[in-house]
Design a protein around this ligand. Structure first.
Ligand SMILES: NC(=O)c1ccc[n+]([C@@H]2O[C@H](COP(=O)([O-])OP(=O)(O)OC[C@H]3O[C@@H](n4cnc5c(N)ncnc54)[C@H](OP(=O)(O)O)[C@@H]3O)[C@@H](O)[C@H]2O)c1
Length: 280
C-alpha cells in the first residue's frame, strides 16, 4: 500500500492490479437518480472505486454516472458480482455479459462470486477464471467466502482469488479468516464497515472520535484502512459521501486501534440462512 494513506491510495493485488483502498458501496442504493447522484457526488469528491452487484439492480445507473462524470473509464475501479442463481458455468458467463451491458462497459475491474452457494460454486469459479483469462475482467475473487470455502477453491484451482469481500468492522473482526486471507495473498475487503449505521452511537467509538475531532463513521472507516483492508462505505447522501472520504487527514494511534479491536462481539448485520454454522 502507498504511504501515507490518501483517497487515491491503492493496494497491489496478487496479479499486480492496483485496487483503490477506498470506494463507494451501493447496496440498497435505489436505482435511478438516487444511485446516479451518489456515484457522481462520490466521483466529484475524489472517489475512484465503485462497488455494485447484479442483485443491487443499479449497475445501469453506476455506469451512466461514471460516463456522465467525464472521468476516463481507466481511472475508475469498478466491482460487480455474480448473483447466486447464476452460478452454473454457462449462466455465469451470460450473467457477466449482462452486467457489462447494464454498466455499458467493455471490461470489469473486479468480478466477484457474491455468495458461496451450493452446489455450483466450483462452476462459478471456473467461469470467472475463463473470463479473467480472456481479459474481460482485470481481476477476480469472492465475497462471503469462509476459510472452508477458500480452501475448497485453492485445492482445485491454479488461480488464487485476488480478493475476498466480507463483513468486517471493529464489532466483527473475524481474525481467523483475515489471517487466512493474508497468508494466501488474498486481499481483504470490508463491507458494512459502519455496521450499516447500527454502531455509530457506540460510546467507545464516539470517545475515540471526539479525541480526534472526527465522527464515529470516520473512525470506523479509518480503523478499517489502518488494518490494511479495502473499504467501501455506502451512502446516498452528499454530505455523508464527503464525510466518509474525509479520513485521510488524521490517524488513529496504535492504542486507539487496540481499543477498537477489543470491541469485537461477532456482530453481523447480514446473515443468510444458507450460511448457518459456517461463518469462519
Ligand atoms: N458482498 C456482499 O455480500 C455485501 C453485503 C453488504 C454490503 N456490500 C457492499 O459494501 C457496501 C457497504 O456496506 P453496507 O451498505 O451494507 O453498509 P455500511 O456502509 O456499513 O452502512 C451504510 C448505511 O450507513 C449510512 N451512512 C453512511 N455514511 C454515514 C455517515 N457518515 N453517518 C451516518 N450514517 C451513514 C447509510 O445511509 P445513507 O445512504 O442514507 O447515508 C446506510 O444506511 C455496500 O453498499 C455494498 O456495496 C457487499
Amino acid at each position: 500500500m502507498t504511504n501515507p494513506l490518501s483517497l487515491t491510495s491503492t493496494v497491489r493485488l496478487n496479479n499486480n492490479v492496483e485496487m483503490p483502498v477506498f470506494g463507494l458501496g451501493t447496496f440498497e442504493s435505489e436505482q435511478g437518480k438516487t444511485t446516479r447522484d451518489a456515484v457522481l457526488w462520490a466521483l466529484e469528491a475524489g472517489y475512484r472505486h465503485i462497488d455494485t452487484a447484479a442483485i443491487y439492480r443499479n449497475e445501469q445507473d453506476v455506469g451512466a454516472a461514471i460516463r456522465a462524470s467525464g472521468i476516463p473509464r481507466v481511472e475508475i475501479f469498478v466491482t460487480t458480482k455474480l448473483w447466486n442463481r447464476e452460478q452454473q458455468y454457462d449462466a455465469a458467463l451470460r450473467a457477466f455479459d449482462q452486467s457489462l451491458a447494464r454498466l455499458g462497459m467493455d471490461y470489469i475491474d473486479l468480478y466477484l462470486i457474491h455468495w458461496p452457494v451450493p452446489p455450483y460454486r466450483a462452476d462459478a469459479w471456473r467461469a470467472l477464471c475463463h473470463l479473467y483469462e480472456q481479459g474481460r475482467c482485470r481481476t477476480i475473487g469472492m465475497s462471503n467466502y469462509t476459510i472452508r470455502h477458500l480452501k475448497e477453491v485453492l485445492a482445485d484451482s491454479p488461480l488464487v482469488p485476488a480478493v475476498n469481500q466480507f463483513e468486517l468492522s471493529p464489532f466483527l473482526t473475524r481474525t481467523a479468516l483475515v489471517d487466512f486471507c493474508c497468508q494466501k495473498g488474498i486481499q481483504v475487503e470490508s463491507y458494512s464497515p459502519l455496521a450499516r449505521g447500527a454502531k455509530l452511537g457506540d460510546p467507545t467509538v464516539v470517545a475515540v472520535a471526539k479525541q480526534h475531532g472526527k465522527t464515529a463513521a470516520q473512525v470506523l472507516i479509518r480503523w478499517t484502512l489502518q488494518k490494511g483492508y479495502v473499504v467501501i462505505p455506502k451512502s446516498v447522501n452528499r454530505a455523508r459521501i464527503i464525510e466518509n472520504a474525509s479520513v485521510f487527514d488524521f490517524s488513529l494511534t496504535q492504542k486507539d486501534v487496540t481499543i477498537l479491536d477489543g470491541l469485537n462481539e461477532d456482530f453481523r448485520t447480514i446473515r443468510p440462512g444458507f450460511m448457518q454454522g459456517e461463518w469462519d
